[in-house]
Design a protein around this ligand. Structure first.
Ligand SMILES: C[S@@+](CC[C@H](N)C(=O)[O-])C[C@H]1O[C@@H](n2cnc3c(N)ncnc32)[C@H](O)[C@@H]1O
Length: 199
C-alpha cells in the first residue's frame, strides 16, 4: 500500500510540479525522519534527493526506505551549503524544517535553494509565523542547538519572508492556523507557506 505523508501541503506542490514541463527531479531540504515526505514524490515517478543534517533523523529515514523498498537518496547534508551544482533540480522544497535555523541562516539556505533550481523550477517552503504560540527555547541537547546554533524557532511576520523570493514569482502564499491533537496535547501551529517559480 502507498504510504500517505503527513506533509499534506506538499500534495498541492506535487500538483503544480506535475503541471511543469521540467524533468521530474526533486530535492528535499531537511528530509529525514520516520515518514519522509519524499516518498510522495517517489511514488509519483520523481527522481528524489534529500539532505538532512541530523544523524538520528537520517537513521529513521534509512529504516523507512529499507522497510518500504524506496530509494529516496537521503544523505547527510546542510541546506546552508547544498552539495549540488547550480540549476541541478527542477523542484525543491523544505517542509517544517527551515524554522529550526536562525534568520541569517534561513537567508543563506534560501539563496542555496535558488541556486540549485533551474529557471522555471518550483519551490515550496513553509515558515513559522510570529502568531505561532510556541515560544519555548530548545532543550540543550536538541540537534538544532548543537548543529545550527539556534535556540528557538525563527518566526516571520506576514510579509517578511517575501524578501527571500527575489527573482521568483510567488504563485501561492498561504497562512494557516492548525490545531491538532499530538501526544494527547493540543498543538497549535501557525505557518506561512509559499510556492514560487524561479525566473
Ligand atoms: C521537524 S523535522 C521534519 C522532517 C521532514 N521534513 C518531515 O516533514 O517529516 C525537521 C528536519 O530538518 C532538519 N534540518 C534542520 N536544519 C537543517 C539544515 N540546515 N540542513 C539539513 N537539514 C536540516 C532537522 O535535522 C530535522 O530532521
Amino acid at each position: 500500500m502507498n504510504k500517505i505523508t503527513w506533509a499534506t501541503p506538499l500534495y498541492e506542490f506535487l500538483r503544480q510540479c506535475n503541471a511543469s514541463p521540467l524533468n521530474k527531479i526533486v530535492l528535499d531540504c531537511g528530509a529525514g525522519g520516520n515518514l519522509p515526505p519524499l516518498s510522495l514524490f517517489y511514488q509519483n515517478g520523481y527522481k528524489t534527493c534529500g539532505i538532512e543534517i541530523a544523524q538520528p533523523a537520517l537513521d529513521e529515514s534509512a529504516i523507512f526506505c529499507r522497510e518500504n523498498d524506496m530509494l529516496l537518496n537521503i544523505f547527510r547534508g546542510d541546506m546552508r551549503a547544498i552539495p549540488f551544482e547550480d540549476q541541478f533540480f527542477s523542484f525543491a522544497y523544505s517542509f517544517n524544517a527551515i524554522m529550526f535555523m536562525t534568520k541569517p541562516d534561513i537567508a543563506i539556505a534560501m539563496a542555496e535553494i535558488k541556486r540549485v533550481l533551474k529557471p522555471g523550477g518550483l519551490v515550496y517552503v513553509n515558515f513559522e509565523s510570529v502568531d505561532d504560540p510556541d515560544d519555548s527555547v530548545f532543550c540543550e541537547t536538541a540537534p538544532a542547538v548543537d548543529l545550527l546554533k539556534s535556540t528557538r524557532f525563527a518566526k516571520h511576520e506576514d510579509n517578511e519572508a517575501d524578501e527571500y523570493f527575489e527573482n521568483f514569482v510567488i504563485l501561492r502564499k498561504q497562512k494557516s492556523w492548525l490545531e491538532k491533537l499530538f501526544n494527547e496535547n493540543i498543538l497549535e501551529q501557525v505557518n506561512i507557506e509559499y510556492i514560487a517559480r524561479k525566473i
